[in-house]
Design a protein around this ligand. Structure first.
Ligand code: HAM
Length: 422
């Protein structure tokens, strides 16, 4: 029988990759904590109604990418396609905004039934952060952008990324601009590609970032949102730009940046890879969503946040091979109980210990330890067991010693210090 295969667009992360993932997650968690963000974990399964309208009835995600299903009690549920809406729900339900702004970060798998390709999966991981409640201050948006720039610097990828920002204005300004745009695109209907034609009435802003050559040409000549913005919106964005510029963050103003979700107003931003023109080159995107809480039945709560694609981040960041275990414990005639005791004593002192699982004589086991690049071999044969000792050998230079079992860790430490293996 053939091995049952993975679901398309899903993937296994194997030990050779998970170390890099964990390091990226750890760096991000530490960075977010430095800015006062606390971790939140929301469920993977949510009510479908939480997303349908909030993300936008005419967005790709809602129209064709939701993993939606009726459960056994006929409740309309789905796998979360993103975590901003659930985080706002959770913050409103638990009154987390009581003390002012609730700063929350999250990490975990999201699900979108997109066409899979490199860097685009149906189950993908996001790390994100949301600042919910308080006043819609430009300093909050700016601080998130500065925080992310600090993270890119720490991961040594800042030089490869390009930040674009745009101002979508207040909801009424955005809506008015949508009407202006729809009227403009209607005049060019015959020259637009099929998806753009379908979006003219439903979601005209979306046409602005079309990748179709002819459509993009028409979009480039479309009226700019700038003309629809009021003084308050301009002030907000000017302030965001001034704060991030003063902090040394470089950015491009991109009037065609609209993002793929409908809940945004005012600030939107996105980091893409400089040297890659593919569509799935966005590493991180976000912005302000001041009307979202009320849309899901919550109190009025301004908010701003972002999410980065961890699959894409790990592919970019430096990769480091996992270190070999500190010790290779050869089974050279001692009973399994004795080997296990020796291994546990060493582990208790912080050494990682690989116990040889199969047969083979001592020479073959030592060869395997060498191939694994294990610094120490711990030899426990019948003689060692009878004398209640262990023998240790440093494989680099062949230096050997023997010690009573209870002193095994000190003897190991005299030859090699335990490796930090996370
Ligand atoms: P998003 O732009 O849909 O925003 O996703 C954020 C990031 O998730 C993208 O920039 C990308 O790196 C990654 N991503 C999205 N789809 C896939 C995929 N199919 N495969 C691999 N990676 C993917 C949001 O989700 C918003 N909730 C962000 C936000 C938070 N806005 C405000 N707060």
């Amino acid at each position: 029988m053939a091995l049952i295969s993975l679901v398309r667009g899903m993937r296994d992360l194997l030990p050779a990759e998970t170390g890099d993932w964990r390091r990226a997650e750890t760096a991000a968690a530490a960075c977010f904590a430095r800015y006062g963000y606390g971790e939140i974990r929301t469920p993977v399964v949510e009510r479908l109604a939480l997303f349908s309208r909030q993300l936008g009835a005419h967005t790709d995600i809602v129209k064709k990418e939701m993993y939606a299903f009726a459960d056994r009690a006929d409740e309309e549920l789905c796998l979360r396609p993103e975590a901003t809406v659930p985080t706002v729900r959770a913050a409103a339900a638990a009154n987390l905004h009581r003390g002012g702004v609730a700063r929350l970060w999250y990490g975990g798998p999201m699900f979108r039934r997109e066409r899979p390709q490199k860097g685009r999966y149906r189950q993908f991981w996001q790390l994100g952060a949301e600042a919910i409640g308080g006043a819609p201050a430009a300093a909050i948006d700016a601080e998130q952008i500065i925080m992310l720039s600090a993270l890119w610097a720490e991961l040594k990828i800042g030089g490869r990324l390009q930040l674009a920002v745009n101002n979508l204005g207040a909801p009424a300004e955005r809506a008015a601009y949508g009407k202006t745009l729809a009227a403009y695109f209607r005049r060019h209907l015959g020259d637009l590609d099929e998806p753009a034609r379908a979006a003219v009435d439903e979601n005209p802003l979306r046409i602005l970032d079309s990748k179709d050559e002819k459509t993009a040409e028409i979009a480039a000549a479309a009226p700019k949102i700038e003309s629809a913005l009021g003084a308050g919106s301009r002030r907000h964005m000017d302030s965001v730009k001034s704060i991030i510029a003063a902090a040394g963050v470089e950015f491009l103003e991109e009037p065609r940046l609209v993002r793929g979700l409908d809940y945004y107003n005012l600030t939107v931003f996105e980091w893409t890879l400089k040297d890659d023109a593919r569509r799935q080159n966005a590493l991180c995107g976000g912005g302000r969503y001041d009307g979202l809480s009320e849309q899901i039945g919550g109190p009025p709560l301004p908010g701003c946040g972002f999410a980065l694609g961890l699959d894409r981040l790990v592919a970019l960041a430096e990769s480091r091979a996992a270190a070999a275990p500190d010790c290779f414990l050869t089974a050279a005639g001692a009973r399994a109980e004795y080997c296990m005791r020796a291994a546990e004593i060493l582990r208790g002192a912080g050494f990682s210990v690989w116990q040889h699982g199969g047969g083979g004589n001592l020479a073959r086991q030592l060869k395997k330890a060498d191939a694994m690049k294990t610094p120490l071999a711990i030899i426990v044969g019948t003689e060692e067991e009878t004398q209640n000792t262990v023998s240790l050998k440093r494989l680099r230079d062949g230096k050997q010693c023997s010690a009573p079992l209870e002193n095994a860790a000190a003897a190991a430490a005299s030859l090699h210090s335990p490796t930090e293996n996370i």
